[in-house]
Design a protein around this ligand. Sequence first.
Ligand code: SER
Length: 323
Amino acid sequence: MKSKILIIGACGQIGSELTFKLRALYGDANVIASDINYSNLEIVNAGIFEIVDAQNYESIKSCVEKHKIDTIYLMAAMLSATGEKYPMKAWDLNVESLFHVLNLGRAKFVKKIFWPSSIAVFGPTTPKEFTPQYTIMEPTTVYGITKQVGERWCEYYNKKYGVDVRSLRYPGIISWKTLPGGGTTDYAVEIYHKAITHGNYECFLAEDTELPMMFMDDAIKATVDIMKAPKDAVKIRSSYNLSAISFTPKQIAESIKAQMPDFKITYAPDYRQEIANSWPKNINDSYARQDWKWKHQFNLEAITNEMLLQLDKKYNQPTENSN
Ligand code: SER
């Protein structure tokens, strides 16, 4: 029997691209996109779309029953920078939504769940270089706290109730289709937009702030791969470290300058600097590489090439289909 998939948070940066990828893999009729509003018309108009409130158990359950869903990807979340502005809202959204989905798994309404964690589960006391899977985790952001507590609950529901929940600790994700919102790693997306539209960028992190990053195509591939892996291969049921590349604002600016020599960057670190300072510089993801054969493809040069190419098309050569 073909699986029927529900994506919660399908209008967001990762949810939107995941929707397109899963539809290509499993067929339009088998992938239901959902979100709290109609904020991304490309997704709303692209196929089956439902309004689902991730904080309301009945709202998710009725959509699951209506479409006979067996797999949920819970992509709705409030990210690190916005979370610091609205701590209780971040807690409520990130934790309540996870409980609802885990409880649907426990009650056997769904068979399989994907829930993203983040490098934000780590904190200032974590070793910053080649951060291991198992290490000190004392997150200092509300977002990081919600992700760490979520990881504990995922493992608990798996061990106690047999819920097949799978998770990845995403690094900063770089993509050109849908803008991210409210994250500390968002500078690495904004910089490409501003390079194309203004030729310069004022970065909200200092030039030497190294953070783990990944191109969207790699993040989607990792998500699809861990969900396709045989149950027994997914040994870690909290969340897997996942890594591709790491760079600083200065290094990403250099890679843009290699193609746009007149590009200028300035630095004006704000409150997000402290968040970035609390996170690892790079990650050891050997368990993911071992257990379900994870492999990334895009390095910084390839990301810069693709971002500048696609954003130049989007802003400077609009077609009828572009938005
Ligand atoms: N991209 C996220 C953020 O910056 C980290 O997972 O909040």
